[in-house]
Write a protein that binds this ligand. Structure first.
Ligand SMILES: [Fe+2]
Ligand SMILES: [Fe+2]
Length: 400
């Protein structure tokens, strides 16, 4: 048996890391344009799972002596990068997206890992082995999830026939895989058109006029109010997954630790949405039952400075939501609804950390640039002069 040398192990881990980071960015971008709520939520989970894998690889590379950023990633041949770019630009159907990235690309990655494990010498490279086994088992789970999601989509009429699958397989083969070293490529930027509102299933009702929203009875002291509120909260979580995914896709140059935290936040928001949907169902409601609005959307996701996005959403909207949540917990408990109180309590704990993530990175990335810091921090206020996104009361903000 020929075992891999340390340098060969390093080379492989760097390439897996490239693949994981690309999956993170591509899925991050697709979160926005995928209408199916269930898949959007799963994508939110996957962002963190892929980012964690990339982080484990990064740490292992460090332990193997590859300590600087440029030694922790390898760009494969341009042919493969062009293949990914083609997928990014042209895969618009959800089933095609699931099949290319979550089935084919993950299967290729798992094959490479399995091959490596056969050439891994234990115990000296046990550190790598454990990480690779973890990645492999998570990716197997993703592949089987994607396959069943494709079947479910087919039942709803979006059929991915065998000839299309075959074409997609051939495309991947033509891309040559990520182990080739000749003619290394340059990663492409993931670009987005201006976005007015997120993509939702076609039968959802969207409120265009803010005045219509004021009429809504979002209270937490009766069942109808709870249904409305849970639905609104759930839609807000979807918006968060989307805005975080977009940031990860659009700004690959952000510090790694920041991207890891943003992806963790996306996972939190996915769990929140799932818990809210569960509770909504327990109250007899379902996803898509109530109209939604997107007044906080445009002013966030289109900003060129990612820190302004954090200032408006993490530091302002999420901080405002925390105050409301405290009220809802009290109201739920006062009316004997311990289950809802507990649910919101768990969510609130995460939301507090989201405000902190925003604050931390705004401060860290404007260090030594007081003018930039001032501009970023002035942004939310300037927005709230002209619009009033859901749940935000200007007078509340003025008191703080
Ligand atoms: Fe949340
Ligand atoms: Fe949040």
């Amino acid at each position: 048996m020929k075992y891999l040398s340390k340098e060969e192990v390093i080379d492989r881990l760097r390439r897996y890391r490239f693949v994981k980071n690309q999956i993170l960015e591509i899925i991050g971008g697709w979160v926005l344009s995928t209408p199916e709520v269930k898949i959007k939520i799963q994508y939110g989970r996957q962002l963190y799972s892929d980012a964690s894998h990339s982080d484990m690889l990064k740490q292992r590379l460090y332990h193997l002596g590859a300590r600087t950023d440029d030694r922790q990633i390898t760009y494969p041949a341009q042919k493969f990068i062009s293949y990914l770019e083609d997928i990014w630009r042209n895969a618009t159907r959800t089933s095609v997206r699931l099949y290319t990235i979550d089935v084919l690309l993950r299967s290729l990655l798992v094959d490479m890992i399995r091959q490596q494990l056969e050439q891994t010498s234990i115990p000296e490279d046990k550190g790598t082995e454990e990480i690779l086994r973890k990645i492999m088992s998570d990716d197997y789970a993703r592949i089987s999830w994607a396959n069943s999601a494709i079947v479910e989509l087919a039942e709803q009429g979006e059929i991915l026939d065998d000839s299309v699958k075959q074409q997609l397989k051939e495309k991947l083969n033509q891309g040559g895989g990520f182990m080739e070293s000749e003619n290394p490529g340059v990663p492409f930027r993931k670009e987005f058109a201006y976005s007015r509102m997120p993509i939702r299933p076609g039968d959802w009702k969207i409120i265009e006029d803010p005045n219509d929203y004021a009429e809504k009875a979002n209270t937490f002291d009766n069942v109808e109010g709870k249904r409305r509120l849970l639905h609104d909260l759930m839609d807000g979580e979807l918006c968060s997954i989307e805005r975080l995914g977009k940031m990860l896709a659009e700004f690959s140059e952000l510090p790694w630790e920041m991207k890891l935290q943003l992806s963790k936040q996306a996972w939190d928001e996915s769990r929140h949405a799932e818990a809210q949907i569960r509770r909504l169902k327990e109250f007899g409601g379902k996803v898509g039952d109530y109209p939604v609005n997107y007044w906080g959307w445009e002013v966030d996701v289109n900003r060129r400075d990612p820190l302004e996005r954090l200032a408006i959403s993490n530091m302002t909207f999420e901080s405002e939501a925390c105050k409301h949540m405290n009220n809802w917990i009290e109201t739920a408990r006062a009316t004997g609804d311990e289950e809802s109180a507990r649910l919101i309590e768990f969510i609130l704990m995460d939301e507090v950390t989201h405000v902190q993530i925003g604050k931390r990175w705004v401060e860290e990335l404007t260090k030594g640039e007081p003018e930039h810091y001032k501009k970023v921090m002035a942004y939310p206020e300037s927005v709230l002069q002209t619009i009033r996104p859901k749940g935000i009361k200007l007078d509340d903000l003025e008191q703080n």
